[in-house]
Design a protein around this ligand. Structure first.
Ligand code: PHE
Length: 334
């Protein structure tokens, strides 16, 4: 009898195919072909009605038997494949939480910034406080208040960057030194004054030891009975802290319009004398400009170039290396 033979065939063949299904997709395919809507099983079930009574019962029983067997084999196989698929997905998404994280590259202070900080710290340790002022200045604070005459060469367009804000009330410019803060600070504060002023300054200069913009640290000490010995002691102490305890210093006469007497301090480092800074006793004319009584107070001032300190300490011969965007240069000074 044809239907019973087909059922036996199915019962004999299908279990091996089901067991061999390697993934859920091929199992679904086998399911459709064996017990699905277009399967021989369904076809036989649909034909039951047209069978003679005696056969219908026997074939119907076998259809159910085979359908039940295959259905449960398919369900078993499906659950095995689902578990395997889940495990595979978990393996694929596995994260090792013990791996070290990816660190962003560590940044570093620019050499100019760290030297500036170091110098400021030395003076703060001696009781000075930090003041800062504008980079765009008036001619008054940059020159006039500092006793720099109208005829002084540093006032020339060839040496100074002038700004075009009109006459307010004098010309405006990019400060050529940090000294204008001497006047600004004294105008607003009564003595005693002990300040350092780090900041950016600008000059029309460009070669291997000059850049149009560079950094200075100004110092100002005003009190009763300050002498040139205080100036020498303070700056020699600074040099020893900055360059090492055996650093020798000497003071050479110089001229600045806003100090009298004026000097340059040189330090002995690497077998030679190096000019480090300008300094002097605050000129009474400057006290006059800011409303201090020159008979009541005395003081000293100094100004040093930060780039210069960096170059001396690290043996840098071209100042432009400090402004080179190649990070390998800066990383040497970490
Ligand atoms: N302002 C001077 C300069 O730029 C340095 C200086 C500061 C000298 C204070 C004396 C006193 O060269």
């Amino acid at each position: 009898m044809e239907a019973l033979d087909r059922l036996s065939q199915l019962e004999a063949d299908a279990p091996a195919r089901i067991a061999a299904a390697s993934d859920l997709e091929s199992l679904a395919q086998i399911e459709a072909e064996t017990v699905g809507k277009r399967s021989p099983l369904l076809e036989i079930r649909r034909g039951l009605g047209s069978l003679p009574d005696d056969q219908r019962r026997e074939v119907g029983r076998r259809v159910n038997e085979v359908a039940q067997l295959l259905g449960s084999l398919i369900a078993q196989r499906r659950s095995i494949l689902e578990t395997a698929a889940m495990e595979e997905a978990l393996r694929a998404e596995e994260v090792d939480v013990t791996l070290p994280g990816r660190r962003p590259p560590r940044g570093t202070r620019h050499l100019i910034d760290s030297i500036q900080q170091e110098v400021v710290d030395i003076f703060v340790s001696m009781g000075y406080t930090v003041a800062t002022g504008p980079e765009a200045e008036t001619e008054f604070y940059n020159f006039t208040a500092l006793n720099i005459p109208y005829t002084h060469p540093s006032r020339l367009e060839s040496d100074t960057f002038y700004l075009d804000y009109g006459e307010v009330p004098e010309g405006t410019l990019l400060r050529t030194h940090t000294s204008p803060m001497q006047a600004r600070y004294m105008e607003l504060n009564r003595p005693p004054v002990y300040i350092v002023v780090p900041g950016r300054v600008f000059r029309r200069d460009s070669d291997s030891t000059h850049t149009p913009s560079f950094h200075q640290i100004e110092g100002l000490a005003v009190d009763t009975d300050i002498t040139f010995a205080d100036l020498k002691g303070t700056l020699a102490h600074f040099a020893r802290l900055f360059f090492g305890p055996d650093t020798k210093t000497k003071f050479i006469p110089h001229y600045f319009p806003f100090t009298e007497p004026s000097a340059e301090m040189h330090a002995y480092a690497d077998g030679r004398w190096l000019e480090l800074l300008g300094c002097g006793m605050v000129d009474p004319a400057v006290f006059g400009h800011v409303g201090y009584d020159p008979n009541q107070v005395t003081g000293f001032a100094f100004g040093m170039g930060v780039e210069r300190l960096a170059m001396v300490r690290h043996g840098i011969t071209d100042i432009r290396a400090l402004y080179d965007p190649d990070l390998r240069i800066l990383r040497q000074f970490r």
